[in-house]
Design a binder for this molecule. Structure first.
Ligand SMILES: [Zn+2]
Length: 350
């Protein structure tokens, strides 16, 4: 080989090799992710991490927007426990989809690279299959961001829905139903919530019957098909875990308390008191999980309260959410692995 050829290898081929080994999708901390940015990030992850990542569709929203489900698993045929992470049930809470997406990306990167931030990622996949739904309410997110592309034909119908505050405060789905008040947990009839609206609204309307919202029906059917041992549903106000309710708390015989105390402590979050009144707490995803599947469900409120419904600025994501909570899902799974052997009898009976 001539010197010229070596120089060619050093300057052209080697940097390309290095690039291919280290290429990492960046989930930008300071950007507010639109629906299409989330889709693009998911597609990028498919190309980068095809050995571990399978993407399917939960289905389509009321306005025909795709709701992707990301499954991270290894190739072993050993039975695994399913874990579910869900973001953006509430439209305006854009930190929550960003968190699920960024966690997913960092976890996948850690499986393939020794310099990832989750060194236990491989070990976790020995025991768990992770299912992630970063964007449970794409129509609502588009409305909250006034991103009408692809939903132009619904604009008049959206404008006719009672709006409380600016579009950026929109919390419901495209039809004006609060998705986290529409699950069929057995409490739908008694649930009112302090912002109850009789008719469709940008927030506070639970729907006319459980599972009226297409997104809720899809999510509930999916939950029934995988029966996750633990579900973390991410929201964005309060730095608090809603981890137990009076109707189901006793079923867990202390496992829920031990698990969540440790996570709250390690991540610097508060633990809400056990929710007492089904009129206040019922019909959320976490309630459905606890009441109907008898598994662990936690509503995680990321980021501190700011005395307003408006969200923190996008550039605050790193300091208010990521720096504090990036290890949270890993901590949950590590703690669950420690605690589970003493409690597995709880989950054997259906
Ligand atoms: Zn919320």
């Amino acid at each position: 080989m001539t010197n010229k050829q070596w120089i060619c290898i050093i300057f052209i081929v080697l940097p390309l090799l290095a690039f291919s080994q280290q290429r990492k999708l960046m989930i930008q901390d300071s950007a507010r992710y639109s629906v299409s940015m989330i889709y693009e990030a998911v597609v990028d992850m498919i190309y980068l991490y095809e050995d571990y990542l399978e993407v399917s569709l939960l289905g389509y929203s009321e306005f025909g927007q795709a709701i992707p489900v990301l499954k991270i698993s290894d190739t072993s045929t050993k039975p695994k426990k399913a874990i579910l992470l869900v973001g953006n049930l509430h439209a305006r809470e854009f930190f929550s989809s960003k968190f699920v997406l960024k966690f997913c990306n960092e976890f996948l990167f850690s499986l393939k690279n020794s310099n990832g931030i989750y060194p236990s990622a491989d070990k976790i996949l020995n025991e768990y299959d992770l299912f992630l739904i970063p964007l449970a309410n794409p129509d609502g997110v588009k409305i909250a961001q006034e991103d009408w592309k692809g939903i132009e034909s619904y604009k008049n119908a959206i404008a006719s829905i009672k709006r409380i505050g600016p579009y950026s405060d929109w919390k419901a789905n495209g039809l004006g139903i609060d998705l986290n008040n529409n699950f069929d947990d057995g409490n739908f009839e008694v649930k009112h919530g302090h912002l109850f609206e009789e008719n469709p609204a940008s927030q506070g309307h639970k729907g006319d019957y459980p599972c009226q919202a297409k997104e809720v029906k899809l999510l509930q059917d999916f939950v029934d098909s995988i029966t996750p041992l633990l579900t973390l549903s991410f929201h964005t106000k309060g730095d608090v875990l809603f981890w137990a309710d009076k109707g189901t708390h006793a079923n867990f015989q202390g496992l829920d308390t031990k698990l969540n105390i440790r996570i709250a402590d390690k991540c610097g979050l508060k633990m809400a008191k056990v929710s007492k009144d089904p009129r206040e707490y019922g019909a959320g995803l976490e309630n459905y999980i606890r009441a109907k599947t008898k598994r662990l469900g936690v509503c995680v409120e990321l980021s501190p309260p700011n005395g307003s419904v408006s969200q923190h600025a996008p550039q605050m994501f790193k300091t208010l959410v990521w720096d504090k909570c990036r290890y949270m899902p890993i901590l949950y799974l590590e703690e669950l692995s420690i605690l589970y052997p003493s409690y597995n009898y709880l989950f054997l009976k259906e």
